[in-house]
Design a binder for this molecule. Sequence first.
Ligand code: ZN
Length: 281
Amino acid sequence: MKLFLTIFTGIALFIIGATTFSFINIFADRYAEKLPLMKGAITCPNCGREKKFYEMIPILSFLFFWGECKHCGVKLSRRGFCNELIGGLIAELLFFRFGETMSLATPCRFSTVLDISLDFSFYKLLGLLTVFAMFAMLDLVLLVDARTMEIPNIFNYIIFGISVFSMLTMPGIGWLSHLIGFVCTSLPLFLITLAIPGAFGGGDIRLLAATGLMLGWKLAVLALFIGIVTGGLYGLFMLVTKKLKRGDHFPFGPYLCFGVGIAAVAGTDIINWYLSLAKPA
Ligand SMILES: [Zn+2]
């Protein structure tokens, strides 16, 4: 019974995550190409033929048709497939990471389905939905910023709303830490940008404020740090391989989203580990 419950929950979570991220990818494509967001059928980007429902099943349809349009044979984007896979895995990760405590401030402890289901409540469901909504928005920002080099304000307002909601549904981070998180990374970058116009994009700064409110100040600082390190490594790699020239811009938002994601899931552990290095043995 326990094994059955675990397998069933695992599959259900994967389907929810993959399907959600599948729609986010379609939404991001339409946003980037300035197409109507909600209207019209989902079509092949090459021949324009409407997709049947079984061609839209996340993961499986890609595998079943070998990543090709059934009609014209054009290769479909692997990005959509990878995004669905990551979405499924994120849904699993968040459920088992936050299903018991719902708190960003507790160290990682992966609960079992039984741990979670013994004491499940509507309140916990709200907490899980909050953190999943945040990751879904991070995915949307990542996909849109990577293609258009801008983060639409509306996305940041929605993330801000999720963060305010998280102050009610996800315990463990004091309200003062939430409030400091709102300004502790965004304000310095804003001031730098006042001094050096164009240093950071307005969308990046608003993203730091909106996500920092949810993370609290410690995790917000860590998220920015991870974003700068990974974004910097990417920039360095592109310079060395001569794919970018000095002074070229590349979108920073995806690295911030990555930093926020890591900080949310494992940030408390990373900070505890870092502080333990400072203690004498
Ligand atoms: Zn086609």
